[in-house]
Ligand binder design. Structure first.
Ligand code: HEC
Length: 160
Protein backbone atom coordinates (compact mmCIF):
# COMPACT_ATOMS: atom_id res chain seq x y z
CA UNK A 1 0.00 0.00 0.00
CA UNK A 2 2.87 2.36 0.77
CA UNK A 3 4.40 1.69 -2.63
CA UNK A 4 1.13 2.62 -4.25
CA UNK A 5 0.89 5.94 -2.42
CA UNK A 6 4.47 6.81 -3.38
CA UNK A 7 3.58 6.04 -6.98
CA UNK A 8 0.48 8.18 -6.64
CA UNK A 9 2.46 11.10 -5.19
CA UNK A 10 4.99 10.79 -7.99
CA UNK A 11 2.24 10.76 -10.56
CA UNK A 12 0.51 13.80 -9.14
CA UNK A 13 3.86 15.64 -9.01
CA UNK A 14 4.39 14.83 -12.67
CA UNK A 15 0.89 16.06 -13.41
CA UNK A 16 1.47 19.30 -11.52
CA UNK A 17 4.79 19.88 -13.28
CA UNK A 18 3.23 19.39 -16.68
CA UNK A 19 0.48 21.82 -15.74
CA UNK A 20 3.06 24.33 -14.60
CA UNK A 21 4.79 23.88 -17.93
CA UNK A 22 1.56 24.54 -19.80
CA UNK A 23 0.90 27.62 -17.72
CA UNK A 24 4.30 29.12 -18.49
CA UNK A 25 3.89 28.37 -22.17
CA UNK A 26 0.52 30.10 -22.21
CA UNK A 27 2.03 33.16 -20.58
CA UNK A 28 4.74 33.19 -23.27
CA UNK A 29 2.13 32.96 -25.99
CA UNK A 30 0.15 35.88 -24.69
CA UNK A 31 3.35 37.98 -24.45
CA UNK A 32 4.12 37.08 -28.05
CA UNK A 33 0.61 38.06 -29.11
CA UNK A 34 0.96 41.37 -27.30
CA UNK A 35 4.31 42.07 -28.96
CA UNK A 36 2.86 41.24 -32.34
CA UNK A 37 -0.06 43.57 -31.70
CA UNK A 38 2.37 46.34 -30.79
CA UNK A 39 4.40 45.75 -33.95
CA UNK A 40 1.25 45.98 -36.02
CA UNK A 41 0.18 49.16 -34.27
CA UNK A 42 3.55 50.85 -34.84
CA UNK A 43 3.30 51.44 -38.64
CA UNK A 44 -0.17 52.88 -38.19
CA UNK A 45 1.19 55.33 -35.67
CA UNK A 46 3.82 56.35 -38.23
CA UNK A 47 1.18 56.84 -40.93
CA UNK A 48 -0.70 59.18 -38.64
CA UNK A 49 2.50 61.14 -37.98
CA UNK A 50 3.20 61.42 -41.73
CA UNK A 51 -0.33 62.55 -42.49
CA UNK A 52 0.05 65.21 -39.82
CA UNK A 53 3.29 66.40 -41.44
CA UNK A 54 1.48 67.30 -44.67
CA UNK A 55 -1.51 68.98 -43.06
CA UNK A 56 0.13 72.43 -43.32
CA UNK A 57 0.53 71.84 -47.06
CA UNK A 58 -3.03 70.60 -47.35
CA UNK A 59 -4.23 73.83 -45.75
CA UNK A 60 -2.33 75.85 -48.38
CA UNK A 61 -3.63 73.59 -51.16
CA UNK A 62 -7.26 74.10 -50.22
CA UNK A 63 -6.90 77.59 -48.75
CA UNK A 64 -4.41 80.37 -49.46
CA UNK A 65 -2.86 78.66 -52.50
CA UNK A 66 -6.31 78.05 -54.08
CA UNK A 67 -4.71 75.06 -55.87
CA UNK A 68 -7.75 72.84 -55.31
CA UNK A 69 -10.06 75.15 -57.29
CA UNK A 70 -8.25 74.04 -60.46
CA UNK A 71 -6.45 70.81 -59.60
CA UNK A 72 -9.43 69.62 -57.50
CA UNK A 73 -9.46 68.11 -54.00
CA UNK A 74 -8.80 64.73 -55.62
CA UNK A 75 -5.70 66.07 -57.43
CA UNK A 76 -7.24 64.84 -60.67
CA UNK A 77 -7.53 68.28 -62.30
CA UNK A 78 -10.01 68.91 -65.11
CA UNK A 79 -8.59 67.88 -68.50
CA UNK A 80 -7.91 69.56 -70.84
CA UNK A 81 -7.93 72.82 -68.82
CA UNK A 82 -6.21 71.91 -65.53
CA UNK A 83 -3.67 69.08 -65.40
CA UNK A 84 -3.75 66.34 -62.75
CA UNK A 85 -1.33 66.24 -59.86
CA UNK A 86 -2.36 62.75 -58.76
CA UNK A 87 -0.10 60.25 -60.48
CA UNK A 88 1.14 63.04 -62.81
CA UNK A 89 4.31 62.13 -64.70
CA UNK A 90 5.19 65.83 -65.10
CA UNK A 91 4.97 66.61 -61.39
CA UNK A 92 6.76 63.48 -60.22
CA UNK A 93 9.64 63.72 -62.73
CA UNK A 94 11.35 66.84 -61.34
CA UNK A 95 11.00 68.32 -57.85
CA UNK A 96 12.78 71.60 -58.66
CA UNK A 97 10.49 72.11 -61.64
CA UNK A 98 7.50 71.38 -59.36
CA UNK A 99 8.67 74.13 -56.99
CA UNK A 100 9.12 76.60 -59.87
CA UNK A 101 5.70 75.69 -61.29
CA UNK A 102 4.13 76.36 -57.89
CA UNK A 103 5.85 79.76 -57.59
CA UNK A 104 5.65 81.00 -61.20
CA UNK A 105 3.40 78.68 -63.25
CA UNK A 106 4.54 77.80 -66.78
CA UNK A 107 5.02 80.32 -69.58
CA UNK A 108 5.05 77.59 -72.23
CA UNK A 109 2.73 74.63 -72.95
CA UNK A 110 3.43 71.45 -71.00
CA UNK A 111 2.38 67.82 -71.49
CA UNK A 112 1.04 65.91 -68.47
CA UNK A 113 0.17 62.22 -68.80
CA UNK A 114 -0.02 62.60 -72.57
CA UNK A 115 -2.32 65.67 -72.61
CA UNK A 116 -1.00 69.11 -73.62
CA UNK A 117 -1.91 72.13 -71.46
CA UNK A 118 -1.30 75.71 -72.57
CA UNK A 119 1.10 77.67 -70.37
CA UNK A 120 0.24 80.89 -68.59
CA UNK A 121 -3.12 79.61 -67.31
CA UNK A 122 -2.15 79.00 -63.69
CA UNK A 123 -3.08 81.69 -61.19
CA UNK A 124 -0.16 82.00 -58.80
CA UNK A 125 -0.49 83.28 -55.26
CA UNK A 126 2.32 84.89 -53.29
CA UNK A 127 3.51 82.18 -50.88
CA UNK A 128 6.42 82.17 -48.42
CA UNK A 129 9.28 79.70 -48.93
CA UNK A 130 7.86 77.60 -46.08
CA UNK A 131 4.38 77.61 -47.64
CA UNK A 132 5.76 76.58 -51.04
CA UNK A 133 7.72 73.71 -49.41
CA UNK A 134 4.64 72.62 -47.46
CA UNK A 135 2.28 72.61 -50.44
CA UNK A 136 4.80 70.93 -52.76
CA UNK A 137 5.40 68.22 -50.14
CA UNK A 138 1.65 67.79 -49.86
CA UNK A 139 1.10 67.29 -53.61
CA UNK A 140 4.18 65.04 -53.88
CA UNK A 141 2.76 62.76 -51.18
CA UNK A 142 -1.02 62.77 -51.67
CA UNK A 143 -3.50 60.70 -53.71
CA UNK A 144 -1.08 57.78 -53.86
CA UNK A 145 1.85 59.95 -55.02
CA UNK A 146 5.18 58.91 -53.52
CA UNK A 147 7.30 61.77 -54.84
CA UNK A 148 9.75 62.42 -52.01
CA UNK A 149 10.08 65.75 -50.25
CA UNK A 150 11.60 69.22 -50.69
CA UNK A 151 13.07 71.60 -48.11
CA UNK A 152 12.77 75.34 -47.57
CA UNK A 153 16.37 75.59 -48.85
CA UNK A 154 15.32 73.86 -52.08
CA UNK A 155 12.64 76.55 -52.50
CA UNK A 156 15.15 79.34 -51.80
CA UNK A 157 17.50 77.85 -54.40
CA UNK A 158 14.67 77.52 -56.97
CA UNK A 159 13.76 81.20 -56.51
CA UNK A 160 17.25 82.43 -57.37
C1 HEC B 1 -6.34 78.91 -61.99
C2 HEC B 1 -6.09 77.48 -61.98
C3 HEC B 1 -4.88 76.96 -61.22
C4 HEC B 1 -4.53 77.17 -59.92
C5 HEC B 1 -5.21 78.03 -58.89
C6 HEC B 1 -3.34 76.39 -59.70
N1 HEC B 1 -2.97 75.73 -60.85
FE1 HEC B 1 -1.38 74.48 -61.09
N2 HEC B 1 -1.72 74.41 -63.08
C7 HEC B 1 -2.77 75.02 -63.73
C8 HEC B 1 -2.57 74.93 -65.18
C9 HEC B 1 -3.49 75.46 -66.24
C10 HEC B 1 -1.35 74.23 -65.36
C11 HEC B 1 -0.65 73.96 -66.71
C12 HEC B 1 0.63 74.81 -66.84
C13 HEC B 1 0.42 76.30 -66.70
O1 HEC B 1 -0.48 76.88 -67.34
O2 HEC B 1 1.18 76.91 -65.92
C14 HEC B 1 -0.86 73.90 -64.01
C15 HEC B 1 0.25 73.13 -63.77
C16 HEC B 1 0.67 72.73 -62.51
C17 HEC B 1 1.75 71.78 -62.22
C18 HEC B 1 2.61 71.04 -63.25
C19 HEC B 1 1.83 70.09 -64.09
C20 HEC B 1 1.37 68.83 -63.40
O3 HEC B 1 0.16 68.60 -63.36
O4 HEC B 1 2.23 68.07 -62.90
C21 HEC B 1 1.88 71.72 -60.88
C22 HEC B 1 2.87 70.88 -60.11
C23 HEC B 1 0.90 72.62 -60.30
N3 HEC B 1 0.18 73.20 -61.31
C24 HEC B 1 0.75 72.85 -58.96
C25 HEC B 1 -0.10 73.81 -58.41
C26 HEC B 1 -0.13 74.19 -57.01
C27 HEC B 1 0.73 73.57 -55.94
C28 HEC B 1 -1.06 75.18 -56.89
C29 HEC B 1 -1.40 75.99 -55.66
C30 HEC B 1 -0.29 76.63 -54.96
C31 HEC B 1 -1.64 75.39 -58.21
N4 HEC B 1 -1.02 74.55 -59.11
C32 HEC B 1 -2.66 76.30 -58.48
C33 HEC B 1 -3.84 75.65 -63.13
C34 HEC B 1 -3.88 76.06 -61.81
Amino acid sequence: MKKLSILFTALSLLFLMSCGGEGTKKADDSTAVKEEAQEQAAPEANDVAEAADYSAGEAIYTGKGICSTCHQLTGEGVAPAFPPLANADYLLADKTRAIKQTIYGSKTPITVNGVEYPGGAMTVVDLTDQEVADVVNYILNSWGNNGGTVTVDDVKAARE
